[in-house]
Design a protein around this ligand. Structure first.
Ligand SMILES: O=P(O)(O)OC[C@H]1O[C@H](OP(=O)(O)OP(=O)(O)O)[C@H](O)[C@@H]1O
Ligand code: HPA
Length: 185
């Protein structure tokens, strides 16, 4: 086994499971129900925020009860680190969002810098309204704007460094089947 794999297995062995897979599944269903209810008549343009939004988007889409136009964009500011830096756009959306309701789907609202920048981009490109959906809202007072919330939130989770269900630790364990906190972080 390589050192990397051994280290990542150790991280999982020592991690705290904060939210079980069953609890995450219930949260995803509840998000899907709320989004369907609110957006079913708005013909929204949905953007998955790569990479972290991949799993939530994949599990949300089949549960939405209306025709969805799904696209993706890629913005990142943590890279392999556990603290965020400058937001880098890796792929800006190409779809025409003029006059559309836009739904941004991501794994986590931590400080909220990422979602705010994406929402501002969409509004500047003509979106009629921008709504946001996240699996996790991390609980602390370091939000980019005081009281910042997503329009749809699956779970509120304590202020630890998290992985699983899209969230990575050093690029790994996005596949962890629950929400875990790294030991000591
Ligand atoms: O609320 P914030 O403090 O801005 O952090 C949230 C963002 O950080 C993560 O992305 P990351 O930059 O790690 O890129 P990734 O999606 O490739 O993991 C996550 O997927 C969110 O997009
Ligand atoms: O706690 C986190 N874990 C993984 N990615 C993240 N991006 C922002 N916060 C986190």
């Amino acid at each position: 086994m390589t050192d990397t794999v051994a280290e990542l297995n150790q991280v999982m062995a020592e991690a705290d499971c904060l939210v079980s897979e069953q609890q995450v599944q219930a949260a995803v269903q509840s998000l899907a129900d709320d989004i369907s209810e609110r957006l079913k008549d708005t013909n929204p343009l949905l953007f998955c925020v790569m990479n972290g939004g991949l799993i939530l988007t994949g599990q949300l889409l089949p549960r939405l009860k209306f025709p969805v136009q799904a696209e993706y964009l890629h913005a990142t500011r943590y890279r392999q680190e556990t603290t965020g830096g400058i937001l880098e756009w890796k792929l800006q959306p190409e779809a025409d969002m003029n006059g559309r309701t836009v739904l941004i789907v991501d794994d986590i609202l931590d400080e909220g810098t990422t979602l705010c920048a994406i929402a501002d981009y969409c509004l500047a490109h003509g979106a009629r309204e921008v709504l946001t959906a996240v699996l996790v809202d991390k609980q602390h007072d370091r939000k980019a704007r005081p009281g910042l919330k997503a329009d749809f939130t699956g779970l509120e989770v304590e202020d630890r460094f998290l992985f699983g269900y899209g969230m990575d630790y050093k690029g790994y364990w996005r596949n962890a089947p629950g929400i875990y906190a790294v030991k000591g972080l």
